[in-house]
Structures are given as structure tokens and as C-alpha cells.
Design a protein around this ligand. Structure first.
Ligand code: GDG
Length: 415
């Protein structure tokens, strides 16, 4: 997707329904302060937007702005078209967002699915809200889909949608893809709503995971919780359908990144970055949403140890190793993310306090979203790319770094 300034007109999407429908928590664009639109950050949008264009589909999702219960119809509630993309917003008010998004999706499911690296919160009232929002998504999808359409539902926010949609629209084909890990049974069994989630997912014809271990976890849990027969990448649903289950690791548009990386402007921008850093011996780079799963804090601590092992600076010498950490703002209304930001920023300050010299920080910290061409220039400027999440579904940054190194140089540290 074009990153800067999505220019656009507004009109209604195809009235007879679309043959290809993507549903995800967020629409692929968000409002900017000046009233325009830009692409929403994150791996899911980057991975799917090209396909939406190619298939002339429609995207169903939340606009990113809470809707007041008595709001007049606008782009947060009515179908619209931006930059050739047909979009159907699912309006959500603040109570729905608190229950469905903050409490269940990000407070219960996200930490549990990422190996419980933070404790989960289980709240039955919020689960009712999650169920209600999943129904609202299913309603909008049912209204947007042409007869026999292909519907592709995404991620942990919408795990009940496949079964709800099948009940309403048995004519459509339904795929579901989970972008994050799917946990082993000893963790999944902690979820009070475990049966309902498995039943919800089994409404799909095809359930995709990033890795085969996740697909295996799902098959084991279907048998254990619902007594479903599971073999050879298929699970038998209660209505007798055979649901296909398998790994479909997500990737990037390599040609797009390669083309950007080879441009003369990118070369010049990468050179300029190294000059502005004071031409250190080694430039290390991290690019992540500011999320506790990405291991940013642990990475900073490791960098601090590395600098300490090098010994103190003499006050004149510039740091010979410099870390650039891009931390894209994420889920800023969720408590754990606010705390994470404070800890990361405190650590950046502490490291620079100890190791910077005037005009030359040891850590360059950018808490901002950058356009793709600037990211690619950073990939080209770096010697070492640090992709060290504690747990991740896939990680597109690692793939983008490799794709951008048309010079065949650079080191990827992947853990
Ligand atoms: C989930 C899973 C899975 C980065 N900075 C900016 C920006 N980005 C783009 C990168 C990259 C993407 O965001 C981040 O990729 P991740 O793979 O780390 O994705 P998550 O957001 O954690 O999302 C993950 C992914 O889904 C796909 O299935 O790999 O495991 O957690 O493409 O280039 N994009 C923009 N501005 C930035 O500053 N617009």
C-alpha cells in the first residue's frame, strides 16, 4: 500500500456484494489528524493489502475511532471507498472496545497465546461483549458477501465469527488465519471459554496457522475438548464437515522491497543515516511495534551489557556501536503497553546517560511510525538487524531486512 497520504474519493462499495471479503479487527487505513488517511501499521495489513486490491475485494473492520451510540452515519459506520479499496466499517462504542478489544483480545487471549509471558485476565462480562462484537462482524460480513463468496477472517479478535457466519450464510466459503501462535493444550486449558473458541473456529472450511506446531495444537485440542476426529490435517466438525487445518507461514512482497532497496535514493538515504550517526563501526537496528512480546526491553539490556563489556568511554570518543530502535506506537490505551513504554524509555535514557557523548547517543529511539521507504533505508544502513521477540507468530521485519539486502551484506540476529 502507498504509505504516504492515501488520496481518495468516497462512494459506496459494490451494492450486489463482493466475491472476496477480508475481515479483521481494524480496517487497513486510519484517519490522520489533518483529516486524510494513512495505512494502518502492522504486519497483518502489510501482508494482505496487495491481495485485496488484486481480487477487488472488500475489507470489513473497525475504523479505529470509537463511535458514540447516537452518532450520525459517517465513515465510521457506513461503507466507503478509499484509494480504490472498498471498506465496510464495524462501528464499536467505547464499552464494546473495553470488553472485546482491551479486556478479552489484549488482556486475556494475546498474553495466553504468547506463552503466558504476562498473566491473563478472565472476565465473563467482557466475554459476552466479545461474543456480541463477533456477531456484529458476522452480520456485516454476511451483508457484504455475494452468493458463494470467499470470506477470509483474521486473527484472535474474531475467533467466533466462522461459526456465526456459517449459521447465517451456509453458501459462502470461509477461511480463518491466526497471525499469532496457537498455544499448547496446557496453556489453552486455562481459558474458561476454550470449547466455544474451538467450536467458533471449526465453522471455517480451512483454518490456517503460521507454523505446524500451532496446527497440531489445534487438532489435539479439538479432539480433547470436543471429541472431534482429527487426522491428516483435517478435523471433523459437529455437523460432519471436514475442516482443513494446516500451516501457511505468512510472507512479504519481496519484489516490492527489493525494488525500493535498489533505488539510488535509498542508497543515498542509507549513507546519510550512517553519516548522521557519526559513522560508527557497527550500526544495530530493531524495528517493532512497542509490544512486550517483541523483547525490546531485553534487547536494550543486552546492548547495555555489550557496552559495559567494552568499558567506559573517555568523554571524547564516540560510541563505536550504535543501536537504532524504532518502536511503533501500539495499543496505547492498554495498561500493559503504557507500562512497557515507560520501561523502554527509562532504559534508553539510562543507557544514553552512561554511554553517550555530546551529540552522539548510543541508542537512537524513535517512538513513531515511519513510511516504508524510510524503513528500507534503515535496513540498508544497518550492519546488524536484531529480531529478538520473546514469542511471535512469524515476524515480517526479519524477512524485509533480508529482502532489502540486495548488497548481500548485513547480519540478521533472529531468536
Ligand atoms: C502480527 C504478528 C506476524 C514497521 N514499522 C512501521 C511499519 N512496520 C511494518 C513492518 C512489518 C510490520 O509492520 C511488522 O511486522 P510483524 O511481523 O512484526 O507484525 P505484527 O504487527 O507483530 O503482527 C506477527 C504478523 O502479524 C503477520 O502475520 O508476523 O507475528 O504478531 O511489515 O514493515 N509499518 C508502517 N509504519 C511503520 O513505522 N506503516
Amino acid at each position: 500500500m502507498r504509505d504516504a497520504g492515501l488520496v481518495s474519493g468516497t462512494s459506496d462499495p459494490q451494492p450486489d456484494g463482493h466475491h472476496f471479503v477480508i475481515a479483521a479487527n481494524r480496517l487497513p487505513v486510519e484517519r490522520t489528524a489533518d483529516g486524510g488517511y494513512r495505512s494502518s501499521p502492522g504486519g497483518l495489513v502489510r501482508a494482505l493489502i496487495g491481495l485485496l486490491r488484486e481480487r477487488q475485494g472488500v475489507w470489513v473492520g473497525w475504523s479505529g475511532t470509537p463511535t458514540a451510540a447516537d452518532a450520525a452515519p459517517d465513515e465510521h459506520t457506513r461503507p466507503f471507498t478509499i484509494d480504490g479499496l472498498d471498506l465496510v466499517p464495524v462501528p464499536l462504542d467505547q464499552d464494546q472496545l473495553t470488553g472485546y478489544y482491551e479486556t478479552i483480545s489484549n488482556g486475556a487471549l494475546w498474553p495466553l497465546y504468547h506463552d503466558a509471558i504476562r498473566p491473563s485476565l478472565y472476565d465473563d462480562e467482557a466475554w459476552d461483549v466479545y461474543r456480541g462484537v463477533n456477531r456484529a462482524f458476522a452480520d456485516r460480513i454476511a451483508a457484504a458477501a455475494a452468493p458463494g463468496a470467499l470470506v477470509w477472517v483474521h486473527d484472535y479478535h474474531l475467533q467466533l465469527v466462522p461459526a456465526m457466519l456459517r449459521a447465517m450464510r451456509p453458501d459462502v466459503r470461509i477461511g480463518f488465519f491466526l497471525h499469532i501462535p496457537f498455544p499448547p493444550q496446557e496453556l489453552f486449558m486455562r481459558l474458561p471459554w476454550r470449547d466455544e473458541i474451538i467450536e467458533g473456529l471449526l465453522g471455517a472450511d480451512l483454518i490456517g496457522f503460521q507454523r505446524s506446531v500451532a496446527a497440531e495444537n489445534f487438532c489435539i485440542l479439538s479432539s480433547r475438548l470436543l471429541g472431534a476426529e482429527a487426522e491428516d490435517h483435517t478435523v471433523q466438525a459437529a455437523d460432519g464437515r471436514r475442516v482443513h487445518v494446516g500451516p501457511f507461514p505468512i510472507s512479504i512482497d519481496v519484489a516490492e522491497i527489493d525494488e525500493l532497496a535498489r533505488r539510488a535514493e535509498t542508497d543515498a538515504a542509507a549513507e546519510d543515516i550512517r553519516n548522521r550517526l557519526g559513522r560508527p563501526e557497527v550500526v544495530l537496528l530493531g524495528v517493532d511495534r512497542l509490544d512486550y512480546t517483541k523483547g525490546i526491553e531485553e534487547r536494550l539490556l543486552a546492548f547495555q551489557s555489550l557496552l559495559r563489556a567494552d568499558g567506559p568511554l573517555d568523554g571524547v570518543r564516540r560510541p563505536s556501536r550504535v543501536l537504532i530502535q524504532v518502536a511503533v506506537p501500539s495499543r496505547e490505551t492498554v495498561g500493559d503497553y503504557m507500562t512497557q513504554r515507560e520501561r523502554v524509555e527509562q532504559l534508553v535514557g539510562a543507557i544514553n546517560g552512561e554511554f553517550a557523548t555530546l551529540g552522539h547517543p548510543a541508542v537512537h529511539y524513535l517512538h513513531q511510525s515511519l513510511p516504508l521507504h524510510e524503513l528500507v533505508a534503515l535496513y540498508r544502513a544497518a550492519d546488524v538487524m536484531l529480531v529478538t521477540p520473546l514469542r511471535d507468530g512469524m515476524n515480517l521485519v526479519a524477512k524485509e531486512f533480508v529482502a532489502s539486502r540486495c548488497d548481500e551484506r548485513g547480519v540478521l540476529v533472529l531468536s
